[in-house]
Design a protein around this ligand. Structure first.
Ligand code: BGC
Length: 753
């Protein structure tokens, strides 16, 4: 948000010792999710029954620490959020930190406090491995806990509808099954530390341009089959203690006061037991929001009013919000905290030491598994041992790797070798262009002691081309910085980097392009560059991970969680909706600072006319070939699929052998796409599995199609409906591959929403 002000000074108040844990009901047998939340809900209700009205109200609105000095007697850790507890009832202080890539510390509001930075969400999604997501979540959650945070605002799962969205890097791509599975595993990992993880931003926060005012429009069935399905699967798998509603409107109502989303979909249809917290600055009313399902106002200083304090008390007393609803708001908050273990296993009273060296390895493994080898003509990679003179060009590859900006920004171990403040724009107050201290140059020199590895910064194209000509091989590092609160204006690499890559490739036929980008970028030079590596934002050990991939110490295995367009014209929306208007208003405000507030962007609609046919489904529906399809990724070995067997009936099971036909061990991600025969809907990813095979090894795997992917959502039912009949199945290496197909007859069925 643009009005964020970060207070750098730490409040020196003494920290209240955490109250004794509530005695829990301990059962000898593992409990089901429903049983756990029922027990938690019973405990929560028993606590609510002992509270005064003021105590209840105190729990449903939280402070934004940088703007809340003096509002509590307790220590305010500079971070995203703080909610005081009720010591007499054993309800702890809740301290909230961002985000999915590590314990955030935007613009270094906690001076000197570092944390381990995972690669971007898209990099983790590219592993197609829920276990990697879980391990990453468990690692960052343990750091949050050690720093005394008991709620982590991790779990961003907004579906990528547009490659230019500034926050794509935080999320998990364009497919609801992949994104939901990966987010669920990540959340479960965070919560394994007895802290809460928050799935966000519910829902359709699909662009940053005008994010506080945009009205996302889409039909209910399409929404249930796309963005909401990602949330639904993430919640089922990860059971997050809380859900964060989004800034934007959905079909005319603000997401944080949207009864269809919060009451009907989340709480009624999905039986979600935890609490709905607002995004910071996302509340617009008191009674309407409370009655529509919002349970807690977060970071209240960022809203126009403190809606859930005195105003809520008055509305409860006036009967505009029922006493029962207020009790439910509080009970949900406590249910989320109790289920995660926040009451029974309180965070330590003092910050604990963190095993950063061990955690760095977790970040590096995730990067190594998520980096995608997009192109490798003539087997240019891995780097041959005969290559003696290598020049690295651009992207600050001498000192570090790029990260994405905004609330998720981690100040990583080792600090920021490059850090550039912004001078304008919506992100200026809380984002800086930040590099992690992980130098590809240093890592490559260490990996290739007999080679001469040099660096030129790429600012002078002619000098870069000359350096490339004088070497045996050139590696150009191209960067695209993206951030929360802004979209990129287009998907071209900025700052003349296309010309730089083209010039280097013209001078040196053995050129590798390494892309450190928030998401897909256009590659007008693709024909001239034999090898391309998609590194995303590779995190705190990105340089080491890249060196291992480039030298072949690690066999690349990442697969694209998002389609890469061949041209801007292929995309549903070529540029951010409303960006022209916003840019012109910002210019007027800058020219007229005394009246800047009158140049506000009014609410405007974005029609998601593609409906549920997001990403690769859009390409199939419009018969377009992207540059690189969803699911694509090369290896230094080869895999083949054979002996496909498909069985239908009450479900769809797909069994096949995966064979490593090459000479190296490697990991592959076979993907199962399905569509009903004769229907016009594009094929959808219904199952996937990552597996590692030795050279020559073959393994038969059996995957079950996610039933909701076979189904369509039927608002008349309401629920999911599988139309019985014959289904086409493709076992594929990417969303465009139809080389191994079969069919099976699936029974008609309906399922609850
Ligand atoms: C972001 C959220 C974040 C919150 C707290 C908001 O601006 O949209 O993702 O968790 O701030 O920092």
């Amino acid at each position: 948000m643009s009005n964020r002000v970060f207070v750098r000074t730490l409040h020196a108040a003494a920290y209240l010792a955490l109250v004794a844990a509530q005695s829990g009901v301990v059962s000898a047998r593992p409990q089901t999710a429903a049983a756990v939340s029922l027990t938690a809900r019973n405990r929560a209700e028993a606590l609510v029954a002992r509270m005064t009205l003021d105590e209840k109200i105190a729990l449903v609105h939280g402070l934004f620490p940088p703007m809340a000095a003096g509002k509590t007697r307790n220590e305010l850790i500079p971070s995203a959020g703080h909610v005081d507890g009720i010591p007499r009832l054993g309800i702890p202080i809740v301290r909230e930190t961002d985000a999915s890539l590590g314990v955030a510390n935007q613009v270094e509001q906690r001076k000197g406090d570092v944390a381990t930075a995972l690669p971007s969400g898209l990099a983790t999604a590219a592993t197609f491995d829920p276990e990697i997501a879980r391990v990453g979540g468990a690692m960052i959650g343990s750091e949050a806990r050690a720093k005394r945070f008991n709620v982590m605002l991790a779990g961003g799962v907004n579906l990528t509808r547009d490659p230019w969205n500034g926050r794509n890097f935080e999320y998990l791509g364009e497919d609801p099954l992949l994104a939901g599975e990966m987010a669920g595993a990540h959340i479960a990992g965070v919560q394994s530390n007895n802290i809460v993880s928050t799935v966000k931003h519910f829902a359709l926060n699909a662009q940053e341009t005008g994010r506080m005012v945009v009205d996302a429009r889409i039909g209910e069935a399409a929404l249930r089959m796309s963005d909401l399905l990602a949330f639904q699967i993430a919640i089922e798998r990860g059971r997050p203690g809380s859900v964060m509603c989004a800034y934007n409107k959905v079909n005319g109502d603000w997401a944080c006061e949207n009864s269809l989303l919060l009451n009907d979909v989340l709480k009624r249809d999905w039986s979600y037991p935890g609490w709905v917290m607002s995004d910071w600055g996302g509340v617009h009313s008191t009674a309407k929001a409370a009655n529509a399902g919002l349970d807690q106002q977060s970071g209240q200083e960022l809203d126009k009013a403190i809606y859930f304090s005195g105003a809520l008390k008055a509305d409860v007393q006036a009967g505009k919000v029922s006493a029962g609803r207020l009790d439910d708001m509080v009970a949900r908050y406590l249910t989320g905290l109790i289920s995660a273990g926040v009451l029974d296993k309180p965070v330590p009273a003092k910050a604990q030491a963190i095993p950063y060296a061990r955690h760095a390895v977790v970040a590096q493994r995730a990067a190594e598994a998520g980096i995608v080898l997009l192109k490798n003509s003539g087997g240019l990679l891995p780097l041959a041992t005969s290559v003696r003179r290598i020049v690295l060009i651009g992207g600050h590859a001498d000192v570090g790797v790029l990260s994405g900006g905004g609330s998720s920004q981690v100040r990583s171990v080792g600090g920021a070798p490059v850090e550039v403040p912004l001078t304008s724009g919506a992100a200026a107050s809380f984002a800086r262009v930040t590099y992690h201290a992980s130098s590809p140059l240093r890592a490559l020199r260490a990996a290739l002691p007999r080679a001469i590895v040099t660096y030129v910064d790429g600012n002078n194209v002619a000098a870069a081309a000359q350096a490339a000509r004088g070497a045996d091989l050139a590696i150009v590092f191209a960067t695209q910085w993206t951030t929360e609160a802004q979209d990129v204006a287009n998907t071209s690499l900025p700052d003349g980097q296309d010309a730089l890559i083209a010039a280097v490739a013209a001078a040196q036929p053995r050129t590798v392009a390494v892309l450190e980008t928030g998401g897909p970028v256009l590659m007008p030079w693709i024909e001239a560059v034999p090898a391309v590596v998609q590194a995303w934002y590779p995190g705190q050990r990105g340089g080491e991970a890249l060196a291992n991939i480039l030298t072949g110490r690690v066999n690349p295995s990442g697969r694209l969680p998002i389609s890469f367009p061949a041209s801007a014209a292929q995309m549903v929306r070529q540029t951010p909706v409303g960006l022209d208007r916003l840019t012109s208003l910002e210019a007027q405000a800058a020219a007229n600072p005394a009246n800047a507030s009158q140049y506000q962007l009014p609410s405007f609609p974005v029609d998601y006319a593609e409906g549920a046919d997001v990403g690769y489904r859009w390409y199939e529906r419009t018969a377009q070939r992207p540059l690189f399809p969803f699911g694509h990724g090369l290896s230094y070995t080869q895999f083949t699929y054979r002996n496909l067997q498909v069985s239908g009936g009450s479900g769809l099971r797909v069994s096949f052998e995966v064979v490593n036909t090459g000479r190296l061990a490697g990991a592959d991600v076979p993907q199962v796409y399905v569509a009903r025969e004769g229907s016009k809907t594009p094929m959808r990813l219904a199952a996937f599995q990552r597996l590692t095979l030795k050279p020559g090894e073959s393994r038969r795997i059996t995957l079950t199609a996610e039933p909701r992917i076979l189904a369509d959502y039927d608002t008349g039912l309401p629920g999911w409906r599988i139309a019985g009949g014959r289904y086409r199945v493709a076992v594929a290496r990417d969303a465009g591959d139809r080389s191994l197909t079969a069919t099976a007859v699936v029974d008609a069925a309906t399922m609850k929403p």
